[in-house]
Design a protein. Structure first.
Length: 114
């Protein structure tokens, strides 16, 4: 089973940017859809963005126009470029397949200060 390791989180101010990376332990070429999810304490994990093998993308309304998901199959990596960050984007961010098919990684904490 593929293992996923997220990185790139941190503390930024409102309006700042971060780029998250999700490194897979094996090829993701055959995985049709990969997604970024996020979770805050007391809330369910929510889907933020997905990208297919063909490059099609879809975003939650709350991040449209600010976040960009991409994948590099040669590097077995999925990225999430986050711009114009808001305090409500504060969460632990995870990547996984879509639908969910592998164990969750440890996630990466994103904190946006006001």
């Amino acid at each position: 089973q593929v293992q996923l390791v997220e990185s790139g989180g941190g503390l930024v101010r409102t309006g700042g940017s971060l780029r998250l990376s999700c490194a897979a332990s094996r090829s993701i070429f055959s995985i049709n859809a990969m997604g970024w999810y996020r979770q805050t304490p007391g809330k369910q994990r929510e889907l933020v963005a997905i990208v297919t093998t063909g490059g099609s993308t879809n975003y939650a309304d709350s991040v449209k126009g600010r976040f960009t998901i991409s994948r590099d199959n040669a590097k077995n990596t999925v990225y999430l470029q986050m711009n114009s960050l808001k305090p409500e984007d504060t969460a632990v961010y995870y990547c996984n397949t879509r639908p969910i098919a592998v164990d969750w990684g440890q996630g990466t904490q994103v904190t946006v200060s006001s």
